[in-house]
Design a protein around this ligand. Structure first.
Ligand code: GLN
Length: 491
């Protein structure tokens, strides 16, 4: 079954000419045809264009790059020339926005020989934790289709977990790569802010947005990041720091490393199964030769309140460009310019986007700026400082990704605050700009009408700025030792 290969395995087969890029892509296409009716992960199919690319790669016949001939899906916020990109919003869907240019990330992947064959579902403009705000409807969890796949990169995670794609691109502003990876049992890397280019990716909150990937293994995530990381003249926020050889880092093991368990990430009310699984992972690391130390990050509990002031503030600014003139939905026969804007934006945006525009506009208004926006910025600094101090004493931190396994579809739709609380362990990482690697570390049981289902649980490894190599090193060592990441849903 070619579609269930990892990137590293597929690369070996392509290199030895045991399989062609066209065959590999066709296997993924067939898999999408078979399973996507059930999970709804893929919102746009670009199969014909992809098959043409695969043929070209086969004709060239060189598979030097580890990504050459590897099919992937991009979250529906990555611009690709000639391919509809809608952010899963009616604002862009009506006319199917077709970008005239490529994002830096998809351009770099193309240069490395990877083949984009479709777009993956996301919450509208990446605002959400379940894909329930997507105009294409919710993505279902491949492990239990009564549950969400997580969000906002839920389509990317579900597609990888269901073996529809070898990897998928995602974005993480407050947890959107790590939480769906955790809910679906895959590996997800949220990079240091500025490690990858945001050019050509629709912005949500520009000081928090990061571009990363969801994959089947840590090794695969490292291979993808190798191709997309690094300075980009088109994004002034990308860093100059050289990109290390991530693959070389993989084999270094964890002996002698100090791993911190932050006590604020094990709290009352979280799922017992999640806590148990993460603590068991810590024990595994101990057995492998690492030292586990307790640590405190006292400002992390303020992250949700801080994030939900800063993120909507930036959203309110970024969403201003969707005015029906430069981009997006249009309406006939407006009575005035104001009437035009009002109708375009009322019809084009869904309720979550509108809620954030209102909160953000309020927090930035002259009368409330000091009380909310400025204060949140100060707390952001304190949250970041906690991490800097911790990394002075230890190598990496280990924490759960989400307080619970995947929740039932509809469970939080009428309670936005409950949905926001999903980000309790992930948002502090974005506020600090540090990298986080989510990997599977156990299962929880869910009782459904059709019987008892297994639900994946994820943990996150956190490291200092630009130390993705260290996270890959620790994460890969864990995957060599355990088998959580090779379990598959029965679809
Ligand atoms: N769930 C978070 C939010 O709704 C994170 C979203 C994201 O990372 N794109 O803001």
């Amino acid at each position: 079954m070619l579609h269930s290969l990892t990137i590293a395995q597929a690369h070996e087969k392509l290199r030895k000419k045991e399989v062609s890029a066209t065959e590999l892509l066709q296997a993924c296409i067939d898999r999408v045809e078979k399973t996507d009716g059930t999970i709804n992960a893929v919102v746009h199919r670009n199969f014909e264009g992809a098959l043409i690319e695969a043929k070209k790669i086969d004709a060239a016949g060189t598979f030097d790059s580890p990504l050459s001939g590897i099919p992937y899906l991009a979250k529906d916020v990555f611009c690709e020339a000639g391919v509809p990109t809608t952010a899963c919003s009616n604002m862009l869907r009506e006319k199917d926005y077709i970008p005239p240019f490529d994002s830096t990330t998809t351009k770099r992947l193309k240069a490395a020989g990877a083949i984009s064959f479709g777009k993956a579902n996301t919450d509208e403009f990446t605002m959400g934790a379940s894909t329930e705000t997507s105009c294409f409807g919710v993505t279902k969890n491949p492990w239990d289709t009564t549950r969400v796949a997580g969000g906002s990169s839920g389509g990317s995670a579900a597609a990888v977990a269901a073996d529809e794609s070898l990897f998928a691109l995602g974005t993480d502003t407050g947890g959107s790569i790590r939480q769906p990876a955790s809910f679906c049992g895959c590996t997800g890397i949220k990079v240091t802010y500025g490690r990858t280019s945001r050019f050509g990716v629709m912005s949500m909150a520009s000081s928090l947005d990061t571009i990363g990937t969801l994959a089947k293994t840590v090794e695969d995530a490292a291979l993808v990041l190798q191709a997309i990381a690094g300075k980009d003249p088109l994004d002034a926020t990308t860093g100059d720091a050289p990109v290390p050889d991530y693959r070389a880092a993989l084999s270094k093991g964890v002996k002698g490393l100090k791993i911190g368990l932050p006590k604020e990430y094990f709290i009352d009310g979280m799922s017992e199964d999640v806590e148990k699984a993460v603590r068991a992972a810590a024990k595994t690391f101990e057995k492998m030769g690492a030292t586990i130390v307790d640590v405190s990050l006292p400002y992390s509990p303020y992250a949700i309140a801080t994030y939900y002031v800063l993120c909507p503030s930036e959203v309110s600014s970024n969403m201003a460009r969707y005015d029906g003139v430069r981009y997006g939905h249009t309406v006939p026969k407006p009575e005035s310019l104001i009437d035009y804007y009002e109708r375009v934006r009322s019809e084009g945006f869904g309720p979550e986007v509108k809620r954030r525009i209102m909160i953000g506009t309020y927090a930035l208004s002259a009368g409330y700026y000091d009380a909310y926006y400025r204060k949140a910025q100060k707390i952001r600094t304190l949250i970041k400082r906690d991490f800097e101090q911790a990394f002075g004493q230890m190598d990496v931190l280990l924490a759960p990704v989400a307080p619970t396994p995947a929740f039932t579809i509809g469970a939080h739709t009428n309670d936005p605050v409950q949905m926001y609380l999903e980000d309790i362990f992930t948002a502090p990482i974005n506020l600090s700009g540090i990298p986080g690697l989510a990997i599977p570390c156990g299962f929880s049981k869910s009782v459904t009408p059709s019987g008892v289902e297994e639900l994946p649980i994820g943990m996150q490894l956190l490291g200092p700025h630009f130390r993705e190599d260290l996270l890959f090193q620790v994460g890969h060592a864990f995957q060599e030792e355990t088998e959580w990441h090779v379990q598959k849903p029965s679809l």
